[in-house]
Design a protein. Sequence first.
Length: 339
Amino acid sequence: MTTPAKVWLRFFLIGYIVLMALWIVSLTSPVPYGDLTRIGRLSEREFGWTAPPPKVDPAYLKGTPVDQADIMVIGDSFSMTFRWQSVLAKAGYRVTTTYWGQYENALCGDFDQWIERTGFKGKLIIIESVERLLGDRTKDSMKCQKMIRPYDAMDHPLITPDETVPSPAPNWNVQFLTGITTYYNTWKAKKSATDIHFDWNTWVRPVPDGCKLFSHRLCDKMPFFAEDDDNGPLTLAHLEWMKNFTKAHSKLPIMWMVIPNKTTVYLKPDYSKDFEAGFRTSGLPGPDLYAFTREKHTQIHDFYFSNDTHMSMHGQLALGERMLAAVREVVPTPPSKSP
C-alpha cells in the first residue's frame, strides 16, 4: 500500500472513531423531558426532577363541549395539561379550555359577539396568561377589532405530563454533537458560581436555599427561560387594558389569572411590583397569584419544574385549589348540581 493511501486510511479511521464516540456519547445521554434542559442542552441527570408527581383520575381530565360548559378557560401552556382545571372538574364544574395561540394571541373588540357564536351558556370566563406573555397579548389585543377564527377546544389535554421520571433509554433521535454539548454545558453550569447563559435563551442561575425547594441533583442551581427577563415586567398600562377590557365585555363575568414567571417566583419577587400592587387594589375579579406563588413555592417541593419553565403538577393542583376558591366566589355551586 502506498504511503498516501496509508495516510488517508489513518485519517478515515480516526474520523470514524471520533464520530462513533460522539454518537455513543449522544446515544447514551438521557432523553430530555424538560423544556429548558432540551433547549439549553443540559443534563436531565443533574436538572431533572426526582420526586414523583401526584396522579389525577383521568375522569377529571376531559374537556366539556362549549355549549355544555359552566366555565370557559382561555389560557396558554400553563392550562394545556388540564391539571389545575381538574380540581374544578372534581368539584362538579364543567370546563372547556381554549388557547390564546389559536387566536393570534389577541382578544378583540368583538369578544362578546364571538362568545355568543360559540354557544357558551355558562357562568364564568377565566382568562389565564403567564406573566412574560401578557404584555404582548395586551398590545396585540388593543389593535384587534375582530376575532377571525371560530372557537376551538380539545376534549383532552394538549400536553400529557410525565407521571414518573422517564426510564433510561437510547436517545435515537439525537444529533452527533448533542451529547458532548450537553456534557460540556452541564460541566460549565456546575463550575459557575454566577448566572451563565446557554443555547436558545436558557440561563442557569444559583437559587437561594434551592435544595430546600427542589428535588433535582444540582438543586442549588436552576435553568430559567431568558424571556422571563427579556420580555420586561408587567406595568400599570397593562393593568389598565385589563380593566378596560373587563368593563367593555361585561355580559359574562371575566376572571383574570396571571401566573408569575418562574424567575419572578424564585429570584425576582418584585419584578412586576407596580402591576402586582395595582392588581391587588383594582377590584378586578381573580386571585392574587403573586402572593399565592410567593407563599407556596417554599411550602411545596418542586412547585415549579426544575427542568422546565412551567409550574409542576404539584404546583398545578395547588393552583387548582386556589382557583376553585376564587370560582366559588362567583359561581358558588356548579350549575349541574344546582336544585
